[in-house]
Design a protein around this ligand. Structure first.
Ligand SMILES: Nc1ncnc2c1ncn2[C@@H]1O[C@H](COP(=O)(O)OP(=O)(O)O)[C@@H](O)[C@H]1O
Ligand SMILES: Cc1ncc(COP(=O)(O)O)c(N)n1
Ligand SMILES: [Mg+2]
Length: 531
């Protein structure tokens, strides 16, 4: 019975070592160490496979990944155009740099282009102890290009595999390692997994992504005692370049966190690949036949499918529509329809305001309204709920004086998102500016029934704040078709527009009301300019 696998060099367990090391570092206040995978692999310029896939997979799984680059490939979605091997002594240098300094938990190998590189790696593994070795015996890319030739096979079989805690060949690689045997069925795969296990690795995962005529993606896992048939639905996708690298890195990442092998493979890595392939099936990167997929499940966020405003433009405050779920319910229309009507009528920015909604419902509403706003190039801000703004990727938030302070919202939202703050006084306007806000909402100018117990500041209060504000201002509170003209005609400094709730949404015809108000504001602002 073979008993390969990287083991500790001395009796000190890995965890004890890490605790001693990290307590030393903690004494110096340097913080705690994190799970760490070292990927020893080739670079893929198209970034679907190789080192780039390993980095993304580890990042997605919350594990740090350092890299030793064995080879640089000029590669894209069409195929591999050129390969430039990194000199063996330079591979050795990279290994030393990482392993002598950092606490690596698991080493994961990908493209090892020469016998010399394998030897250098084996030498490093005897000098520096790691907890596990995951070997993805990369030989041929899915496009059919050779990444490691047959001369490597005997060193893999005799020296590398016996050290491995798990080896993860695909069908072609398993066949090559076993002298060219034919693998066509799941039964053939089982047989091959057993033969590979006999070469010394503690576990074998034979990947069946390329198994002909299989409606499922079936992999065979064998630990020397039991076979496990790991099935997932076969996703119909062009974007499967780098699945093998990703699967192996994900296994390595889970092992680094301390998961048992079967859990890492079956519960985490296999499911993660399936999820990422499913998520990415309709993304389009490159013109070749095999595209990369999205490891971080982020590339499809609404911002890419619709036009997004680059930066906040204060003139967007001109006609600011603030929604109210109660009013829309009263008039029997879905929020998204009300938003679409307001935009059609000329609203230049929309704020979703719902103090009562359940979080999930609010998020769904935000997402559907965002799709409408983006398709018209109109900003969508979320009232109060920074979490919903982040989760929906809305353009920003509007916060009140008792909501999250602008400075905290800015930290959470980052530099690009828009933050508005409700202010009644010069001091509040000053704080909003210091906190990193983009505009202030000033009011209530007139009394309103959308806010109970909200003292009004009147036109005088508005004038005071506008004159002192360093930020653009939108007037709010009881503004409607009968008084909007008066507000705008004052020509107050920094006043860019009016925000309205009831005058648009507590009406039967949102489109008509918005059009009316828009026309009125246009007239008022042109007359204030000519004054
Ligand atoms: N179309 C697909 N749908 C679901 N899973 C897939 C698909 N293609 C590959 N996989 C899975 O991705 C992992 C990598 O397999 P494979 O593509 O065979 O390796 P390699 O990329 O090394 O050729 C395996 O778990 C396999 O089952
Ligand atoms: C640098 C490098 N390493 C590994 C692979 C295998 O990936 P795949 O089998 O998905 O093409 C690759 N194409 N390039
Ligand atoms: Mg593949």
């Amino acid at each position: 019975m073979a008993c390969g696998g990287v083991i500790l060099c001395n009796s000190f367990s890995f965890y004890q070592k890490r605790m001693v090391m990290s307590s030393r570092m903690q004494e110096k206040n340097y913080g705690a160490s994190v799970p760490h995978v070292l990927s020893v692999a080739g670079s893929d310029s198209g970034a679907g496979a190789g080192i780039q896939a390993d980095l993304k997979a580890c990042a997605a799984r919350g594990v740090y990944c350092s890299t030793v680059i064995t080879s640089v490939t000029a590669q894209n979605t069409v195929g591999v155009q050129a390969v430039h091997a990194v000199p063996e002594d330079f591979v050795a240098q990279q290994l030393k740099s990482v392993l002598s300094d950092m606490q690596v938990d698991v080493v994961k190998t990908g493209m090892l282009p020469s016998v010399g590189v394998v030897k250098v790696l084996l030498q490093s593994l005897t000098e520096f102890s790691v907890r596990a070795l995951v070997v993805d015996p990369v030989m041929v890319s899915t496009s059919g290009d050779v990444l490691a030739g047959p001369s490597i096979l005997s060193t893999f079989r005799e020296e590398l595999l016996p050290m491995a805690n798990i080896v993860t060949p695909n069908i072609k690689e398993a066949s090559a390692l076993l002298g060219g045997i034919c693998l066509k069925t799941v039964a053939d795969m089982r047989n091959a997994a057993e033969l590979l296990h006999a070469l010394g690795p503690r576990n074998v995962l034979l990947k069946g992504g390329d198994l002909p005529d299989s409606s499922d993606a079936v992999d065979i896992f064998f630990n020397g005692e039991h076979f496990y048939e790991l099935r997932s639905s076969r996703i119909k996708t062009r974007n499967s370049h780098g699945t093998g690298c990703t699967l192996a890195s994900c296994i390595a990442a889970e092992l680094a966190k301390g998961s048992p092998m079967l859990t890492a493979v079956r519960q985490v890595a296999k499911r993660y690949v399936e999820t990422a392939l499913e998520y990415s099936k309709d993304i389009l990167i490159g013109n070749g036949i095999q595209g990369p997929f999205d490891h971080l499940l982020r590339l499809k966020s609404g911002s890419h499918s619709f036009h997004r405003k680059d930066a906040f433009n204060p003139s967007d405050l001109f006609l600011y529509a603030v929604t109210d779920s109660g009013m829309n319910k009263k008039w029997g229309r879905p929020m998204v329809d009300a938003v679409a009507a307001a935009i059609q009528g000329g609203a230049t920015v929309v704020q979703l305001r719902d103090k009562d909604a359940e979080t999930r419902e609010f998020l769904e509403t935000a997402k559907s309204c965002l799709a409408v706003c983006r398709s018209h190039g109109v900003l969508l801000l979320i009232n109060d709920r920074v979490d919903v703004a982040l989760a929906s990727d809305a353009d920003g938030v509007h916060v009140g004086q008792s909501d999250m302070p602008a400075t905290v919202a800015r930290t959470l939202l980052g530099p690009e998102k828009i933050i508005g703050v409700s202010c009644k006084t010069i001091e509040q306007a000053q704080q909003a500016w210091i906190g990193g806000a983009d505009y202030i909402g000033c009011g209530g100018v007139y009394s309103t029934n959308t806010k109970a117990n909200n003292p009004t500041i009147g036109l005088d209060g508005l004038k005071t704040v506008c004159s002192a504000s360093k930020l653009p201002v939108v007037a709010i509170g009881g503004i409607n078709a009968s008084n909007a003209g008066t507000v705008m005609e004052m020509g107050l400094p920094n006043l860019k527009g009016v925000a309205v709730v009831s005058a648009l949404f507590d009406r039967e015809n949102v489109l008509a009301e918005t059009k009316k108000l828009h026309a009125l504001l246009m007239e008022a602002s042109s007359s204030s300019k000519t004054q």
